[in-house]
Design a protein around this ligand. Structure first.
Ligand SMILES: [Fe+2]
Length: 191
């Protein structure tokens, strides 16, 4: 299956948005594949990651984010499960899982309820190593600042608003997926 063909099917009438989505998704895919190639011990499915990373944000077209040419009716945080619905309709339930569970470092059911998030009530934490790697890699690339990699400290700061458990998940991924990256002590206390 060719993920870019599927993107074309839904985004051909939104060329600016399509370009942003393709650029961002390729950045996430390339970082995720770098992790897979450096860490065979993770036993991640490379082919699946290559496809699913390209499709993880396919739901943004249904959301409202005019700065990146998204003019849909839904809140941006809904793009995960909306993308998942689209991918299930396309016969791609495994890819749908990646789309559904890639926001922040995962969102717990408890958080959905506590913060009254506009999401169907369930758990949105990544459930397998492929979902975890893509979720992690995604945090380093912003669609509003396409040409910059987000600094690790900034990524961690962004995740902080999802709470202590979210930071713990992210830190564990950092150690498993990019242990070779430098993490100084001064970077561990951001809040
Ligand atoms: Fe993304």
């Amino acid at each position: 299956m060719n993920p870019e063909e599927l993107i074309e099917k839904y985004y051909h009438q939104s060329p600016e948005l399509k370009e942003i989505l393709l650029t961002h998704s390729r950045q996430v895919r390339d970082r995720a594949l770098r992790i897979v190639d450096r860490h065979p011990e993770l036993q991640a499915d490379r082919q699946f990651i290559e496809e699913a990373a390209m499709l993880h944000d396919i739901g943004i077209i249904f959301c409202d984010a005019p700065k990146i040419f998204c003019n849909g009716p839904h809140k941006y945080i809904e793009h995960g499960y909306l993308g998942a619905e689209l991918l299930r309709k396309e016969g791609l339930p495994r890819h749908a899982g990646v789309a559904e569970r890639h926001t922040g470092s995962g969102i717990t059911l408890e958080q959905v309820i506590r913060e009254e998030l506009p999401l169907p009530e369930k758990d949105y934490c990544p459930q397998n190593v492929e979902e975890e790697i893509i979720c992690y890699a995604d945090k380093f690339y912003s669609k509003s600042h396409l040409n910059e990699e987000v600094d690790y400290r900034k990524v961690r700061h962004n995740i902080w608003r999802y709470g202590h458990e979210a930071i713990q998940r992210f830190d564990q991924w950092r150690q498993r997926f990019e242990p070779e990256a430098e993490t100084t002590n001064s970077e561990t206390g951001i809040g």
